[in-house]
Unconditional design. Structure first.
Length: 276
C-alpha cells in the first residue's frame, strides 16, 4: 500500500503483531489441555498451577490482540487520509474544461462513498487476508502436532465454505455497482435541488422536486437493501458451512477420543483452536 510508506515502522509492527497475537491465542487454547486433563484425573495438586498458567496466557492473548487491533486502526488512519488527499489533489489538478465534464455529485461520490469502499475492499481485505493466512498456517501446524486426521477433515470441510463466496462474486459486484450508481444519482439530485433552491421556489415546482427526490431516495435504499441482502445471504451460507465443518470436526475428535487416540483435553484444545 503506497500510503503506508511514511509509517514503515507501524506497518512492520502490524506484520509482527499478527503472528504474535495468533501465537498467544494458540497458547491460550493449548493451555486448556493440561487443565482439563488434570481436572478429569482429579489431580488437584497440579490444577492450581495450570490454572494460573492459563490466566497468564489469557492476559497475554488480550494484550497482544489489543496492540494488533490498535496498530491496524492506526494504519487505516494513514491509508484513508492519504487516499482522500490523493483524490482531492487529482480533482484540483484538472483544468476548468475537464473539471466541468463531470457533475459535482460524481466528485462527492468519489471523495465520500468510493473512498469508504476502497477502505473496506482494499485495506480491510489486505489486512484480513494476511491475518487469516498467518492464523491458518500457525493453527495448521499446531493441530497437525495434536492429530493429523483432524487437520485433513477440517481442511476438506473448510475448503467448501471458503469457495462459496467465489460462486456469487459476480452478483455481489453487480449489486455493489448498482448501489454506487443509485448513490451518485441521489446526491446528484440533492445537489441540483440545493443549488437551484431559488429557481425552484420562484417556478413553484417544489412538489415536482420532492417527488423526484423521494424516487431517488427510495431507489438508493432499495439498491442498498438488495446489496446487503445478497452479501448477508452469502455470509449466512458460509456461516452454515463453517458450523457444519466445526461440528463434523469435533465429531471426528470425539471418535478419536473414544478410540484412545486423543485425550479429552486435546479435543477441547482443538475445538478452541478452530474457534479462534
Amino acid at each position: 500500500m503506497k500510503h503506508m510508506k511514511n509509517c514503515k515502522w507501524l506497518f512492520a509492527s502490524y506484520l509482527l503483531l499478527v503472528p504474535v497475537s495468533t501465537v498467544t491465542s494458540v497458547l491460550f487454547s493449548l493451555g486448556l489441555e493440561p487443565l482439563i486433563n488434570v481436572a478429569s484425573a482429579n489431580d488437584w495438586a497440579h490444577f492450581a498451577g495450570y490454572l494460573l498458567l492459563e490466566l497468564v496466557f489469557a492476559l497475554a492473548d488480550v494484550g497482544a490482540n489489543y496492540l494488533h487491533r490498535i496498530s491496524r486502526e492506526r494504519m487505516r488512519f494513514y491509508y484513508v487520509t492519504g487516499l482522500r488527499r490523493d483524490c482531492f489533489e487529482a480533482v484540483m489538478d484538472k483544468d476548468i474544461a475537464d473539471f466541468y465534464r463531470h457533475a459535482d455529485s460524481e466528485y462527492l461520490s468519489a471523495l465520500n462513498r468510493d473512498v469508504d469502499k476502497l477502505n473496506r475492499n482494499v485495506f480491510d481485505s489486505a489486512c484480513g487476508f494476511y491475518k487469516v493466512a498467518v492464523g491458518f498456517l500457525i493453527h495448521l501446524y499446531v493441530i497437525l502436532w495434536v492429530n493429523v486426521w483432524i487437520v485433513l477433515v477440517n481442511i476438506v470441510l473448510s475448503f467448501v465454505s471458503v469457495m462459496i463466496p467465489r460462486f456469487f462474486e459476480k452478483k455481489l459486484i453487480e449489486a455493489q455497482n448498482t448501489s454506487s450508481r443509485a448513490s451518485e444519482n441521489y446526491y446528484g439530485n440533492l445537489n441540483d435541488a440545493l443549488r437551484g433552491f431559488t429557481t425552484i421556489k420562484i417556478s413553484g415546482i417544489s412538489d415536482v422536486i420532492r417527488k423526484r427526490m423521494e424516487a431517488a431516495n427510495r431507489h438508493l435504499e432499495e439498491a442498498n437493501y438488495r446489496s446487503f441482502r445478497k452479501n448477508y445471504s452469502v455470509s449466512c451460507i458460509s456461516m452454515l458451512c463453517t458450523n457444519i465443518s466445526y461440528v463434523l470436526t469435533i465429531g471426528a475428535g470425539v471418535y478419536f477420543t473414544l478410540t484412545g487416540r486423543m485425550s479429552v483435553g486435546q479435543i477441547i484444545a482443538v475445538s478452541q483452536l478452530m474457534g479462534g
